[in-house]
Design a protein around this ligand. Structure first.
Ligand code: NAD
Length: 430
C-alpha cells in the first residue's frame, strides 16, 4: 500500500489529502491491486503555465494557469476550468481526481482532468478577460485537444470563455481541420457549437438524482423545502429544476450573504436580482430577509444543496444541519469529518460524483454532436441525461447494499471497478 504524501498544508493540498483519503477507503473496499492504486493516487500530468497579458492601461501582468490531467485510461481527459484568485495546484489535483471517478461512474468515455487560472474575473474588464483566456489557451498549446483533453466551464468561467478558448485553438491549428476541432472545449454557447441543455445540465442532473432518491424511498418531492448555497450556474439551475418539480426554495446563500423567505424565493426573480447586484445580498422581494451564513446551514428545510465551493459542511456545521438530505451540487462541499457526523445523524448524502455529474454527461453529448455534426433537441438531451444518471444511481445503490458501505464509497467502488478492470486488461506497458 503506497504511503501518504506529506504536504505544506495549503487549503488546496488539504483538499487533495481529502481526495486521497476518500480514494484509499474505496480502494480498500474493492481490493484494488496496489499497482493500480499507485497509478491512480498520482495525476499523470501536472501542467503549470505562467503567461504575460497586457492590461487595459498598457501594463503587462503575469498570470499563472494550471491543467492537471489525472487519468485517461477510459478516454480523453475531461474537466472544467476554474477562474478564481485562490486556485492552486493542490486544489486542481483534487478536482482532477474527482473527475476521473465521475466520468467512470457516469459511464461516459472520458478520463479526468481539471484546470484553472489564478485570477478573479470580477476584477477584470471583458477585454482583459478575453486576452487572459486566449493567452492561457495559447500557452497550453497541444496539451489540450479534441481527442486528448477537453476543458469546460467551472467556478468563475462561462460559455463565452469557452468560445474564446475554442476560437483560439482552432485558429492556431490546421485550416482544413478547423470545424472538426471545435469540440476541444464543451460548454460553448449554442450558436458556436454548444448543446441545448448544457447550461442547465448540472442543476437539472442534480434534480433528477434527487427525484430518483425520493422515488426509491417512496416519498413525494412535491411540497418539500430546500436551502441552496451558491446561485451561479449549478445553484441557479438546481433551483429552477427543483421549482419545476414542486420544491420550494426558502433559503439561499452565496459569497455576498444569505437570504430567506419562508413562503419561497422565486428563482427567476432572484436571478434578475443577482444579474444586477452580483449576488444574493440585498434581495428583498416578497419580504425576503437577510440571515447569517451559520443560520443558513442550520435552516429548517428538507433538502440542503451546497452548490458553491468545497469544504462547506464541516465538523463545526454538520451537527447543526436540519435537512434530511444533502444534495452535493458542488465538488467536495462536505469534509470527511462533516460527512461522518451527517451519517451518524441519519442524514442522507447524495454525493458530488453522482449529483453534479450532469454537467460532464451533457458535455459528452455536446462533444458527440460536434463530432457527428448533429443537433439534438432538448427533450432528447434531458431524456438521455436522466437515463445516464438513474443508471449510475442504481449501480451505486446495488453496490452500497452489497458492500454495506456509504453511498460515496459505493459510488467510488462502481467507478474504481470499471477503471480497475480496464487496467487489468490493458496492463502497464512498457
Ligand atoms: P459559478 O461560478 O457559476 O457559481 C459559484 C457560486 O458560488 C456563486 O453563486 C458564488 O457566489 C458562490 N460562492 C463563491 N464563493 C463562495 C463562498 N466563499 N461562500 C459562499 N458562496 C460562494 O460556479 P458553478 O459552475 O455554479 O460551480 C459551483 C460548484 O459546482 C463548484 O464546486 C463546481 O466545481 C461544481 N460543478 C460545476 C459544474 C458546472 O457545470 N458548472 C459541473 C460540476 C460541478
Amino acid at each position: 500500500m503506497p504511503t501518504r504524501r506529506s504536504t505544506d498544508g495549503s487549503a488546496g493540498d488539504q483538499l487533495f489529502e481529502t481526495a486521497l483519503e476518500q480514494f484509499d477507503a474505496a480502494a480498500d473496499l474493492v481490493n484494488l491491486p496496489d499497482r493500480t492504486r499507485s497509478i491512480l493516487r498520482t495525476p499523470k500530468n501536472e501542467i503549470i503555465v505562467n503567461f504575460p497579458v497586457e492590461m487595459d492601461d498598457g501594463e503587462i501582468r503575469i498570470f499563472r494557469g494550471f491543467r492537471v490531467q489525472h487519468n485517461d485510461i477510459l478516454g480523453p481527459y475531461k474537466g472544467g476550468l476554474r477562474f478564481a484568485d485562490y486556485v492552486d495546484l493542490g486544489e486542481v489535483k483534487a478536482l482532477a481526481m474527482w473527475m476521473t471517478w465521475k466520468t467512470s461512474l457516469a459511464g461516459v468515455p472520458f478520463g479526468g482532468a481539471k484546470g484553472g487560472i489564478a485570477f478573479n474575473p470580477r476584477e477584470h474588464s471583458r477585454s482583459e478577460t478575453e486576452r487572459i483566456v486566449r493567452r492561457f489557451t495559447h500557452a497550453l498549446g497541444s496539451n489540450i485537444g479534441p481527442e486528448h483533453d477537453i476543458p469546460a466551464p467551472d467556478v468563475g468561467s462561462t460559455a463565452q470563455d469557452m468560445v474564446w478558448m475554442m476560437d483560439t485553438y482552432v485558429n492556431a491549428g490546421g485550416n482544413s481541420d478547423r470545424q472538426n476541432t471545435r469540440r476541444v472545449v464543451t460548454g460553448k454557447t449554442i450558436e458556436t457549437g454548444g448543446s441545448v441543455g448544457r447550461d442547465k445540465a448540472t442543476g437539472q442532473g442534480a434534480a433528477f438524482v434527487l427525484a430518483h432518491h425520493y422515488e426509491q424511498i417512496n416519498r413525494d418531492l412535491r411540497g418539500q423545502t430546500c436551502a441552496i448555497q451558491g446561485f451561479g450556474n449549478v445553484g441557479e439551475h438546481t433551483a429552477r429544476a427543483l421549482s419545476r418539480m414542486g420544491v420550494t426554495m426558502t433559503h439561499v446563500a452565496d459569497h455576498t450573504g444569505a437570504v430567506t423567505d419562508p413562503n419561497g424565493i422565486d428563482p427567476e426573480s432572484l436571478w434578475r436580482h443577482t444579474s444586477q447586484a452580483g449576488g444574493v445580498a440585498g434581495f428583498d422581494e416578497g419580504g425576503a430577509e437577510a440571515l447569517d451564513v451559520e443560520e443558513f446551514f442550520a435552516a429548517d428545510v428538507d433538502i440542503l444543496v451546497p452548490a458553491a465551493i468545497e469544504n462547506q459542511i464541516t465538523a463545526k456545521r454538520a451537527p447543526n444541519v436540519r435537512a434530511s438530505v444533502v444534495l452535493e451540487g458542488a465538488n467536495g462541499p462536505t469534509s470527511v469529518e462533516g460527512e461522518n457526523i451527517l451519517i451518524d445523524r441519519g442524514i442522507e448524502i447524495l454525493p458530488d460524483v453522482l449529483a453534479n455529474a450532469g454537467g460532464v454527461i451533457v458535455s459528452y453529448f455536446e462533444w458527440l454532436q460536434n463530432k457527428m455534426s448533429a443537433k439534438w433537441r432538448l427533450n432528447h438531451v434531458d431524456d438521455e441525461l436522466r437515463t445516464y444518471l438513474w443508471e449510475a444511481a442504481d449501480n451505486i445503490e446495488a453496490e452500497k447494499k452489497r458492500l454495506a458501505c456509504t453511498r460515496r464509497e459505493a459510488a467510488y467502488a462502481v467507478a474504481l471497478n470499471r477503471i480497475g478492470c480496464v487496467f487489468d486488461q490493458r496492463g502497464v506497458w512498457p
